[in-house]
Design a protein around this ligand. Structure first.
Ligand code: AMP
Ligand code: ZN
Length: 485
């Protein structure tokens, strides 16, 4: 079995092979923090999460980098309109960085509630201006830029493979209508690397640069920050499909222009949109899009929304409706009921937040075959609908021991993230002394660490000490399980 991913670059399913053995560098375009994320945006980060957790389960050490855009993103991705951050700050009578800080916290609050793992590196654009300037200097030195009307532009005519990602043809681009309104551009698709104050007199954040005092274009931040943390070439880059024709196309052009290395990124993953009625959702649309909090206010658990997202494949458009969300809530409630019943029966207490560390295949007893099918589903371009179906067939199997069912389900849920382990633990802890449980879990975790560090003496000491207190341990696929003897 091999993980296959649909690579937008080439438009085909490809077997995933990492650039370096055992390691994956992954960059996902993060939010522009001028408003709350709408539930469509959150679909993009749910894909990041499933990808990272699937790779982790396959044993890769994943470096997951996400940017926070707090400068330079104009309302039109093609350099038209006003800086989204500046506009939002003006409307709210606040400083740009206050706005950025507030919505960044709101964003991570949402992702946390959706069980979306925090990136390894979160990088703010305004903290990386120097990296961007240095990258632009390289692009300039290699002859890919021109300066006119106060702005430094990337000249796409110097980069013959421009548009490969989006299957755009250069001749068509040249013949294209000039919609950008920027008369200084030699080609309509040329884009700004560095703006000077000539663009907006009220630009709040500006920096000195070799091209004058100003601010960076939006695209350059992703190239500069991804390469800073992942190297000149890396494995995977993701974002919503709206980013294919402009943002990601421009990222590739400027990155490869700067380094001369190809391909910059090996696999490009793009999630389709979540749609309401007809058309896309926009953070800035009238009345704004729905937020996760608005779903919570209507009585949904954030994980009901996660279930809803996973029930569709990321490359298919997903139509949001409250009826569909109700369906997801009911399904998740049944899942929880089942897990609670199994936990009651078996007395298994999962250690929460246990790391996977690329578990060995097998050893799950009668649940093995189900886990294989589950992995095979994710191998098929991260098919979460099939993976969810796999979880259900396991839970419905009355023939295999409840312990195997529960353990298998908890292992699957490390990727699916539907809160099953918490539910199982909640059952076991019912009426119990929570401090006691926490202490035991701490010791169990310490022992796990000791084992990982091959300090078996210490590991055995902890096991014996726990045994004396009537606690039995079982090293298994869902980490170490513990229960009263
Ligand atoms: P933004 O904060 O506007 O830069 O968008 C954040 C992420 O959400 C990007 O990867 C977008 O492509 C993605 N995105 C925006 N709208 C939607 C939507 N309706 N459904 C899914 N993804 C979206
Ligand atoms: Zn980006």
């Amino acid at each position: 079995m091999a993980l296959t991913l649909f690579n937008t670059l080439g438009r085909e399913l490809q077997v995933f092979e990492s650039l370096f053995p055992g390691r994956v560098g992954f960059y996902g375009c993060g939010p522009t923090v001028y408003n709350y994320a709408h539930i469509g945006n959150l679909r993009a980060y749910a894909l990041h999460d499933i990808l990272v957790k699937t790779l982790t389960r396959r044993g890769y050490e994943v470096t997951y980098v996400m940017n926070i855009t707090d400068v330079g993103h104009l309302s039109g991705d093609n350099d038209s309109g006003q800086d989204k951050m500046v506009k939002s700050a003006e409307e709210r009578g606040k400083e740009v960085l206050e706005i950025a800080d507030f919505y960044t916290r709101a964003f991570f609050n949402d992702t946390e509630r959706l069980n979306i793992q925090r990136p390894t590196v979160v990088c703010k654009a305004t903290d990386h201006i120097e990296d961007m300037i240095n990258l632009i200097k390289k692009i300039e030195a290699r002859g890919f830029t021109y300066f006119t009307g106060g702005n430094l532009y990337f000249d796409i005519s110097r980069f013959p493979s421009y548009g490969d990602l989006a299957l755009l043809r250069m001749e068509e681009l040249r013949a294209g209508v000039r919609t950008g309104l920027d008369a200084n551009k030699r080609n309509p698709q040329d884009f700004v690397l560095w703006f000077t104050k000539s663009k907006f007199e009220n630009q709040a954040l500006v920096w000195d640069s070799p091209w004058g005092r100003g601010y960076p274009g939006w695209h350059i931040e992703c190239s500069a920050m991804s390469m800073k943390y992942l190297g000149d070439q890396f494995d995977i880059h993701a974002g919503g499909i709206d980013h294919i024709p402009i943002h990601h196309t421009n990222e590739i052009a400027q990155s490869e222009a700067a380094t001369g290395k190809h391909p910059w990124v090996r696999y490009w993953l793009h999630n389709e949109f979540l749609v309401m009625d007809k058309g896309k959702m926009s953070k800035s649309s009238e009345g704004g899009g729905l937020t996760l909090q608005s779903l919570v206010d209507s009585g949904y658990d954030p994980l009901d929304y996660r279930y809803f997202l996973l029930s569709g494949h990321y490359r298919s458009q997903l139509q949001f409706s409250f009826e569909a969300l109700d369906g997801a809530r009911n399904a998740r409630r049944s899942l929880l009921d089942r897990v609670r019943a199994l936990a009651d029966k078996t007395g298994i207490v999962p250690v929460l937040e246990e790391k996977t560390d690329g578990e060995e295949a097998g050893g799950y007893g009668k649940a093995d075959a189900y886990l294989e099918a589950f992995d095979a589903a994710l191998d098929e371009d991260l098919s979460t609908p099939k993976a969810l179906a796999g979880l259900w067939t396991l839970l419905r199997d009355g023939e295999i021991p409840p312990k195997a069912v529960l353990t298998g389900a908890l292992v699957m849920d490390r990727v699916l993230g539907l809160g099953l382990a918490k539910e199982a633990a909640g059952v076991w802890n019912r009426g119990e002394d929570l401090d006691f449980n926490r202490e035991i879990e701490g010791l169990v975790g310490e022992r796990w660490e000791a084992k990982k560090n091959k300090d078996f003496v210490k590991a055995d000491e902890i096991r014996d000490a726990l045994k004396k207190r009537g606690i039995l341990l079982e090293d298994g696929p869902a980490g170490t399980l513990w229960r009263r003897g």
